[in-house]
Design a protein around this ligand. Sequence first.
Ligand SMILES: [Zn+2]
Length: 276
Amino acid sequence: MNVKETWFKVHKLPGDVYAIYEDGQWQEVISYLIIGQNKAILWDTGLGIGDIKSVVSELTELPITVVISHTHFDHIGSNALFDEIYVFDSKMAVEDLKKGLTHEEIKRDVEEDSIWKPLPEGFKYENFFIKGKAPTKTLKDGEIIDLGNRKLEVVHTPGHSPDSIMLIDEGNKILFSGDAYYPAPLYAYAKGADFKAYVKSMEKIVNKIKDKNLNYIYASHNEVVEGTEILNYILESMKEIVNGEKTDYKLDEEGRRVYRFDNNVELVILDVGHTI
Ligand SMILES: [Zn+2]
């Protein structure tokens, strides 16, 4: 569907959810608007290049609470436009949100030549930075966010980052997976990444999917996925790395290990026991 801010593409998805997709930058980040009865959740605020607030106000009149999947730059870009921000209960996450990112910090991650769509009117790349905004509430593992007609369960899934969470919407059979799973190479090498924790998180989430019979994965990059079997395969692949069955990997130009499996699964990690 069309919205005025053409930086974003918006798709209406099953379960009264909108995908707000940034298809003009290589990361193809997706934020989601989850419509409730008395409020709506905005699951991440994207890169901060386009005006996501105007998109959200075109889609709903409900009050908005932002819930952050994790505090990497590509999910927190427009936090400062919103009043209510929830993040996982971690000191580092709270501090990172308060600080935001300077132009010097962000330009390493969002290079101008990684953007292939016309930039929104008035946007100047050389002035681009992410404004800090203190979260208004911290979330614990197992906490329920109640939207009246739907409930979202917070699941702490460290690994990709220490503050990563997923949301489970059991009523609509949806897993909001953040960056712990999307259909592209999966990473555990940034500050605070922990591959062994990632494997545990994947096991936890695979069990929850079985228990709750979830059917859709609304991932924070690339595209949404129908069916959840791929996560079983990823868990098995991760275990092969940990128990030493999978020994072949390539080193990328940064010296990270790139493990390739079937089903287009690629895991990029420092090494098995390494945490930073
Ligand atoms: Zn991301």
